[in-house]
Write a protein that binds this ligand. Structure first.
Ligand code: G3P
Length: 226
């Protein structure tokens, strides 16, 4: 599945509102809006739903986390091979809610390059984003943890983190795509993020908790194309 930029990635996290049939419904909305506006919308469903959703929609699907281990005796771990086989094209890793050591991040990125899986590494600030850029993942998403889930967007509250991260990452690894997230709530947040140099957004609660996710996602897609 090809990734195009700018991109919207919806992280399902572990919300009840994104689980099972509800998650599939949201995936179908994402596919519909993506086709309507010609915008790339990817989703990161809950693990148990990846295969079901991948069988029913044609949009990029990411896991929310993976472990570096190879197939074998590693009880309870999620291998890159398993998410690929289930239909994912890549994974988020090092989310603030699921942080990893840098040597583990390096191992995952390297394993996934060999498997043609795209990795989006999350970073909690500009310095960490800069350090991670040497690994040359497909994407780095900078998300100040203190704004996650607050409804106060990174693009309004901390624009400098977007601008500085874009500059720092692109200086080291120009091919890495830079995204931002945390508190993205309305179209204006998306528009500002793009103006500050971001190549997309990572969003969760605003969509998961919305009474009308289709309307909100449409607003995001329009903001991305303007
Ligand atoms: O991965 C996206 C995320 O951490 C942002 O969460 O709820 O602030 O959109 P939220």
């Amino acid at each position: 599945m090809q990734l195009l930029y700018p991109i919207i990635i919806i992280n399902y996290k572990t919300y009840l509102e994104t689980l099972g049939e509800k998650g599939l419904y949201l995936a179908k909305i994402a596919e519909k809006i993506s086709l309507e506006y010609g915008v790339c919308i990817a989703i990161a469903p809950q693990f148990v739903d990846i295969r079901k959703i991948a069988e029913e929609v044609s949009i990029p699907i990411f896991a929310q986390h993976i472990d570096p281990y190879p197939p074998g005796a590693y009880t309870g771990h999620i291998t890159p091979e398993s998410i690929k086989e289930a239909g994912a094209c890549g994974s988020l890793i090092n989310h603030s809610e699921r942080r990893l050591r840098i040597d583990v991040i390096e191992e995952i990125v390297s394993r996934c390059k060999n498997l043609d899986l795209k990795i989006c590494i999350c970073a909690n600030n500009t310095l960490v984003a800069k350090a991670l850029s040497v690994l040359e993942p497909e994407m780095i998403a900078v998300e100040p943890p203190e704004l996650i889930g607050t409804g106060i967007s990174v693009s309004k509250a901390k624009p400098e983190i977007i601008i500085n991260s874009v500059n720092a990452i692109k200086t080291i690894s120009p091919n890495v795509h830079v995204l931002c997230g945390a508190g993205i709530t309305e179209g204006l947040d998306v528009k500002k993020a793009i103006e500050f140099g971001s190549e997309g957004i990572l969003v969760a609660s605003a969509i998961a908790k919305s009474k009308d996710p289709e309307k909100l996602l449409r607003e995001f897609a329009i903001a991305l194309t303007k």
